[in-house]
Design a protein around this ligand. Structure first.
Ligand code: PLP
Length: 395
């Protein structure tokens, strides 16, 4: 099959050549005398991506789900009360993980298309004068629906009543793509993974943990072994790991962090916003609605787009893959078949983001969905063209 497969799912994302090349290396000794000269600056620089000075970074050989488990088990005990909200596949899975660890989860059900219900959080926290709630959970970007939540507002709700609970943020599909500020927002446990904004293959759970959350581990009784912060802290301080680290992924992470910091995080966020806006303009030109119910919920890393009633969004995905070698993303659970998703995060530029728009348009037309061929592409082109800047300057 000639030509390439176009990957536009919200993780794994495209791995840029520079990172691929950085990982195209021989295996190495993770106990070598010069390994810490590589790892210690890496820990420091990953922290910059979380915008943290005070926190500690943990790099586990795992996926994002492992990051959740590490965060929960190191800071909480069975029976601890946790405040959470579910509004999509991933926020619901986070709740499920807490329940399986025997936490007492107050899980607010929110309509899909909306995000963290900050006003409800504020009410519940205000009533919890005995401070029984030990942790507050917020999914910054719900990947299933393309909804971004207001994390600073969650912090304000906690501060307004001086609530001492830990603030957990699932930033797996937002950190390194959408504004995130660990220290400024008072986040205690921030969780990410390698295969989304970090532009790497799957295989690293990337966490940043506040000093307050680190102190909580002394009383945390959830069973843990593989994910124990204690073992990591003891060895990481000297630049080593308690077991075999994913050295190739760490080398890739070095390149990824270099790329993010060279571009500048604010530029990375602005670029993601433009890519997302192009997709939103296309959806609007097609006459289709986003799952995200209002602009305040719009995600800059993934858009879930409803197809008209009577059509199957997941058939759009299958057809685009079968016929055009394009990977769009299916809709899950409650909205399965009602929508399809376009991932627009990671290593992405203007002409790249036009590809899933073009392909989705062709696939929808093939399936009889009443859209005008070229309408979405033209709307995206016009937006991108008129907001574009030179990417190269003469020497
Ligand atoms: C992808 C994702 C996860 C799960 O990560 P895995 O790497 O698949 O374990 C969790 N939360 C969100 C918001 C995600 O997008």
């Amino acid at each position: 099959m000639p030509g390439r497969n176009f990957l536009f799912i919200p993780g794994p994302t495209n791995v840029p050549e520079r990172i691929l090349n950085a990982m195209h290396i021989s295996q190495e000794d993770m106990r070598a005398i010069d390994f810490p000269a590589f790892t210690i600056p890496l820990f420091q620089d990953v922290k910059k991506v979380f915008k943290s000075k005070d926190g500690q970074v943990f790099l586990f050989p795992a996926s994002g789900t492992g990051g959740w488990e590490a965060g929960i088990t190191n800071t909480l005990s069975p029976g601890d009360k946790v405040l959470a909200s579910g509004f999509g596949h991933f926020s619901n899975l986070f709740i499920d993980l807490c329940q399986r660890h025997k936490l007492d989860v107050e899980a607010l059900e929110v309509d899909w298309g909306e995000g963290v219900p900050v006003e409800k959080y504020a009410e519940i926290l205000a009533k919890d004068t005995k401070h029984e709630i030990k942790a507050v959970l917020a999914t910054q970007n719900e990947t299933a629906t393309g909804v971004t939540s207001d994390i600073p507002a969650v912090r304000r709700a906690m501060d307004a009543v001086k609530h001492p609970a830990l603030l957990f943020v699932d930033g797996v599909s937002s950190i390194a793509s959408i504004d995130f500020r660990m220290d400024e927002w008072g986040v205690d446990v921030a969780i990410s993974g390698s295969q989304k904004g970090f532009m790497l293959p799957t295989g690293l759970a990337i966490l940043c943990v506040s000093q307050k959350a680190l102190a909580a581990r002394k009383d945390a009784k959830c069973p843990r072994c593989f994910f124990d912060f204690e073992d990591m802290i003891k060895t990481n301080v000297n630049g080593y790991f308690p077991y075999t680290p994913a050295t190739i992924l760490l080398r890739g992470l070095r390149a990824a962090v270099d790329m993010l910091l060279e571009e500048g995080l604010e530029n990375v966020f602005a670029r993601h916003h433009r890519m997302a806006e192009a997709v939103r303009r296309a959806a609007s030109a097609w006459g289709l609605k986003l799952v995200a119910k209002a602009p305040r919920w719009h995600s800059d890393t993934v858009s879930a787009i409803y197809v008209p009633e009577g059509f199957d969004g997941n058939e759009v995905v299958r057809h685009a893959y079968r016929r055009y070698n394009l990977a769009l993303s299916v809709s899950l659970a409650k909205i399965a078949g009602k929508a399809f998703r376009i991932g627009h995060l990671g290593d992405l530029n203007e002409l790249m983001v036009l590809t899933p728009i073009t392909g989705a348009e062709m696939a929808m037309k093939d399936l009889g969905i009443p859209i005008e061929l070229g309408s979405g592409v033209a709307a995206a082109q016009e937006y991108l063209r008129t907001t574009s800047k030179d990417v190269r300057v003469p020497a």
